[in-house]
Design a protein around this ligand. Structure first.
Ligand SMILES: [Zn+2]
Length: 380
């Protein structure tokens, strides 16, 4: 409870669907009442949870604590109330330094005026050198020594792992037992290699995911379903998707939703250039060119995105996915993928992490644990 009493009237996304309602909240949601006279053109959604985001607003998770704070503030203004700053593949000491920077921000009480930092997503170095995508070439094997060094930091909340690497099946179990979400990705492995890791994780009751499903894992063919086939077929993994209009064909987005209707989640995979900065930028020491919202390396490889979660939501709705489902893909599903029970829904007693959208699905206000982040609610 706080003295900070806020309220909202409009279309509220409740666990049972959108309802005209009024909501009272401090740091937590305190009251929810049906309100037939509430405006129909304002939406209240659970705050977005981005489990794969490298940076934004000119900041990057690899920059240290100030980079983490900057990206948390930037993305909060686009509706993200919780995120996992995501590291890039880099020399080991640089990865450890970045994780320490993320840990420092968490221990200092988080980011005022920014998204809640849930921990780090370690994307690389335990990935295939054949499927780097835009990751710099510093892949390493997931040895038990390196994993215990990582776990000792108590910062890593999600990891991306190529299942075919020597030691990867054991690494997946060690991470899962430590409560880390294991994502398969940046892989050149086989269907069988991916499937056996997924099965082992399910037995362990671990949390698992497909890292930017479809991207950096090869395609699905009749006799070679590959890791993508395993991720779509297996009954358990959560599936990250980058719905920015560039990384995925609309048919691929819809296929994932058919395969795993309750397990598909939106991520941004955004990098420092997110936030409308067109022109030259940087990713892990590589030059990136952003043109028309598309970010590429000099050889034309897609280099992360310049997406925000609110834009990902709009892009998803544009594909004909109902707003209710798209909103759950941005909040409820990622919360479940990390085992979070205090957020991801709008319900009594949960954290007041909330996003107000107008009829055009533009962000009008964001509350992080009840604290309004936008000084002025924009009006035309
Ligand atoms: Zn990636």
């Amino acid at each position: 409870m706080t003295e900070n009493q806020n309220s909202f009237q409009g279309q509220v996304l409740l666990p049972e669907g959108f309802r005209l309602a009024s909501v009272q909240f401090g740091t937590q949601i305190q009251a929810l009442e049906p309100d037939p006279d509430a405006p129909t053109d304002l939406y209240l959604l659970p705050g977005f949870i981005d489990t794969h985001v490298h940076g934004g607003g000119g900041f990057d998770a690899m920059d240290g604590p100030d980079g983490v704070r900057g990206m948390a503030r930037f993305h909060a203004h686009h509706g993200t109330t919780s995120l996992l700053p995501t590291t890039l593949t880099a020399p080991w000491l640089e990865v450890m330094a970045a994780l320490n920077g993320i840990g420092e921000v968490m221990r200092s009480g988080g980011v005022q005026g920014g998204a809640d930092i849930l921990g780090a997503h370690l994307e690389g170095p335990f990935i295939s050198s054949e499927r780097l995508g835009a990751q710099p070439p510093f892949s390493l094997l997931p040895t038990l020594e390196r994993i215990s060094e990582l776990l000792a930091l108590n910062v890593v909340r999600a990891v991306t792992l190529a299942p075919e690497l020597a030691g990867a099946p054991l690494a997946a179990l060690v991470f899962a037992r430590a409560g880390v979400r294991v994502g398969l990705g940046h892989t050149a492995g086989s269907y069988e290699q991916a499937w056996s890791v997924l099965d082992a994780l399910q037995l362990e009751e671990g949390r698992w995911a497909g890292t930017h499903t479809f991207n950096a894992m090869g395609g699905l063919e009749g006799r070679i379903p590959g890791p993508l086939g395993a991720l779509l077929n297996h009954p358990a993994p959560f599936l990250e998707l980058i719905v920015d209009g560039f990384h995925l064909h609309p048919g691929s987005v819809k296929l994932a939703i058919h395969a795993a209707p309750e397990r598909v989640m939106l991520i941004t995979d955004a990098m420092r250039a997110a936030g409308g900065l067109e022109g030259k930028s940087e990713l892990g020491g590589q030059t990136v060119t952003v043109k028309g919202g598309k970010a590429t390396l000099p050889d034309d490889t897609l280099a992360g995105s310049v997406l925000t979660m609110s834009e990902a939501l709009r892009q998803t709705v544009k594909l004909g996915i109902p707003l209710e489902r798209a909103a759950r893909m941005a909040s409820t599903v990622p919360a479940r993928s990390l085992g979070l029970t205090d957020r991801g829904h709008i319900a009594l007693g949960l954290r007041a992490d909330l996003v107000v959208l107008d009829a055009q699905l533009e962000v009008r206000q964001v509350y992080c644990a009840g604290v309004p982040l936008l000084l002025e609610v924009p009006h035309e």
